[in-house]
Design a protein around this ligand. Sequence first.
Ligand SMILES: NC(=O)c1ccc[n+]([C@@H]2O[C@H](COP(=O)([O-])OP(=O)(O)OC[C@H]3O[C@@H](n4cnc5c(N)ncnc54)[C@H](O)[C@@H]3O)[C@@H](O)[C@H]2O)c1
Length: 248
Amino acid sequence: MKRVIIVTGGASGIGKEAALKLAHQDVSVVVADINMELAEEVVLEIKKAKKEAAAYHLDVSKKENIQACIDFTVDKYGTLTGMFNNAGIGALAPFPELSSEDYDRMMRINLDGVFYGIQYAGNKMVELGVKEGSIVNTASIYGFVGAATSPHYNATKAAVVSLTKSGAQAYTPHGIRVTAIAPGFTDTPMVRGALDEEALKFLQGSHMRNQLLSASEVANVAVWLLSSESSAVNGSTILADDGFLAFK
Ligand SMILES: NC(=O)c1ccc[n+]([C@@H]2O[C@H](COP(=O)([O-])OP(=O)(O)OC[C@H]3O[C@@H](n4cnc5c(N)ncnc54)[C@H](O)[C@@H]3O)[C@@H](O)[C@H]2O)c1
């Protein structure tokens, strides 16, 4: 089966690693990101390896943009067999001081972006008659615990766990699975940009190997969920957390 997969947030971190790995499996990949410069770099790397990819300027907080990205993909590659709803932002703000602007922005990107990513990709795959479709969402260990310093982020990730279950119920009758990954703290620009050395050290200690996860090893789980090798898994959020939650 010809495989065509959109990776949102594919320009950096976990999404970038997933895009590279998928391309090496001969998947045609659309690297969809708000950062077009970095997205183009990922596509160049894929093309240098003589694999297929295209960059797309996507802002997941704009639902019509998600639909346009899906239409672009089908126009270019003739089908859509997978969607990795991975784009997201992280932010720290104490609960009492969280501004309504920051709260709304978080909801639009991390929650609305995933909801419409599932709905529009799922509907398109149904329309195309795709069987063995796979939609994978990026949740987080923070979807399973609270945090006084990032209540809005944690809420969106808990919602992604829920949307994954509901999406699976809705689209499985059409042959499309919906699953999610829940990474622990992963060494990506998001984490490096938000935390100082002391905080990083503390967080490393919350993982069994006493280190951050690599974006590559987390992406491995997403790539597996996007493949039919994971056909036994549906509606589930798979922890890729090096035991973080086993400590809790
Ligand atoms: N790094 C971690 O520790 C960690 C842990 C758990 C979950 N996650 C989740 O993993 C996902 C990927 O994060 P990452 O760590 O690879 O970070 P990252 O910052 O390296 O990558 C995120 C990508 O998303 C893109 N993006 C941001 N806003 C966007 C928007 N509105 N529309 C389209 N693209 C947008 C960015 O440009 C970037 O390329 C996120 O959903 C994040 O919440 C990360």
